[in-house]
Design a protein around this ligand. Structure first.
Ligand SMILES: NC(=O)c1ccc[n+]([C@@H]2O[C@H](COP(=O)([O-])OP(=O)(O)OC[C@H]3O[C@@H](n4cnc5c(N)ncnc54)[C@H](O)[C@@H]3O)[C@@H](O)[C@H]2O)c1
Length: 443
């Protein structure tokens, strides 16, 4: 018991996962005191303003409701760890860029550092919740670190992977398809797991709260992302065949998706998936399979990523081909740069690859996006003097030879393309990389 609150929850990592998930817990559980800690002081300062460090529909409303009441943001770690009963860890776990496993395995240095921080400052028993996406069996490493001192403190490690999707995070958190909580199948493990179940049961129906052993829980998150990405690569691979055979990918997807065993979700051909998770998590799965000698399984999943890269390459090649194999000095407007609609996040966005390739061909690239222009500027800074950023899509397209739709923002679906076309160089082209205009329009 901490003062007037039943429990003190600490979250380490105030990013796309830590911020929204803790805001939701604070809003749904006024009896808990929730503190979010991050090493990035600028980010913590931004969370305390109305200019949050991430854009997510509905997030600011929910943060404003609870901030300063039972939700706090902090850069102080020791005291917060000491006071916490439950610590969620949602630090980033990017792909390793060096040494053994480079390019595939997860870089767990941020993760391990939090385990050591927790151990150093703890004076009482705690439940440690793996919120980050982690390789299966990470919990055993975490437990070994946490139990490596003679402090006589009991740490119980629980896995509670996050399934929210950026752009719909608040709706996903409020009404999740499921919440997954895994623990060791020991008495203390099950007790800790039940404590986490009780947090979510404040607003999630108990039928949707799944419990499992800790390894199943860790692995399920990687597998869920691999399956989602696999559907995108499957339909994209067929789009290449459609282009050769005059079959229409939308008609094929529609016919295939009507089968209730297949269903129509995630069956929209596009320029490919982006985001910080799909590629990283599949490559991590590939690495884990390889490390167990499951080479056929590893190769199978690696192809999901390869098809995604192939699709992005093909998109740029198609632009080049349509523009008579010469795009030098041609103005090309990229409609969208975020990796998906309703977010400012550009991590692994196909827009990065497309912009860089077009600039290599010395095209004049104009990037427009309602929320991601700041991040786009940072990403592409200094690459070319033929690069422009323009918030207004009509202006971006003015005098352009082509538009490439990179992000499926609603606003791009309702533009007056007749008017835009009038202002473009002729022949004008629209390459619909998100399949939002029904079909690729070629004027
Ligand atoms: N973004 C998503 O849509 C999503 C969805 C589900 C799961 N995940 C997983 O959740 C995890 C976090 O992802 P994210 O998108 O929130 O990442 P993020 O980069 O937005 O946030 C991570 C935060 O952790 C902080 N951090 C790193 N090391 C720290 C330390 N030692 N102490 C305190 N703070 C530290 C960073 O400063 C950063 O603010 C990843 O494992 C990711 O795979 C992400």
């Amino acid at each position: 018991m901490n003062g007037a609150f039943e429990k003190h929850i600490l979250c380490i990592g105030a990013g796309y996962v830590g911020g929204p998930t803790m805001a939701m817990i604070a809003a749904k559980c006024p009896q808990y005191l929730v503190t979010i800690f991050d090493i990035n002081e600028q980010k913590i300062r931004a969370w305390q303003t109305d200019n949050l460090p991430i854009f997510e529909p509905g997030l600011l409303n929910i943060v404003k409701r609870v901030r300063g009441k039972n939700l706090f943001f902090s850069t102080e770690i020791k005291e917060n760890i000491r006071k916490a009963d439950i610590i969620f860890v949602s630090v980033n776990t990017p792909t390793k860029s060096f040494g053994e496993g480079a390019g595939k395995s997860a870089d767990l240095q941020y993760w391990e550092k939090t385990a050591r921080d927790i151990l150093k400052s703890s004076e009482s028993d705690k439940i440690i919740v793996e919120k980050s996406t982690l390789p299966v069996r990470t919990a055993s490493a975490m437990e070994r670190i946490l139990n490596s001192s003679d402090k006589k403190i009991k740490f119980e490690v629980v896995s509670n992977p996050e399934f929210l999707a950026e752009g719909t995070a608040i709706a996903d958190l409020e009404n999740p398809d499921r919440v997954l909580i895994g623990s060791q199948e020991t008495e203390s493990g099950r007790k800790a797991r039940n404590e986490i179940v009780e947090i979510y049961a404040n607003w999630v129906h108990r039928d949707k709260i799944i419990t499992s052993n800790i390894w199943s829980s860790e692995l399920s998150k990687l597998v869920a992302n691999a399956f989602l990405a696999q559907r995108i690569s499957s339909i994209n691979s067929i789009s290449a065949l459609c282009e050769k055979t005059e079959a229409d990918i939308n008609e094929v997807a529609n016919a295939v998706g009507k089968d209730s065993r297949i269903c129509n979700k995630f069956l929209n051909a596009s320029v490919g998936f982006g985001g910080s998770c799909f590629k990283k998590d599949i490559l991590n799965l590939v690495y884990i399979c390889e490390s167990y000698g499951l080479n056929e399984v590893a190769e199978y999943w690696e192809h999901v990523v390869k098809i995604n890269e192939y699709q992005q390459r093909r998109f740029v090649q198609n632009i080049n081909k349509a523009l008579f194999n010469t795009i030098a000095n041609k103005r090309i407007a990229l409609f969208g740069f975020a990796f998906k609609a309703n977010t400012g996040d550009i991590r692994e966005s196909p827009g990065i690859y497309i912009a860089k390739k077009l600039l290599e061909e010395q095209a004049h690239v104009v990037v427009t996006d309602p929320k991601a222009l700041g991040n786009a500027k940072q990403e592409l800074k200094g690459l070319s003097d033929k690069l422009e950023f323009e918030i207004e899509p009509y202006k971006a397209a003015k005098n352009a030879h082509a538009i490439a739709v990179v992000t499926e923002w609603d606003t791009y679906k309702t533009l007056d393309y007749g008017e835009i076309f009038q202002q473009m160089e002729k022949p004008a082209f629209i390459f619909d990389g998100r399949n939002i205009l029904n079909h690729q329009r070629l004027y």
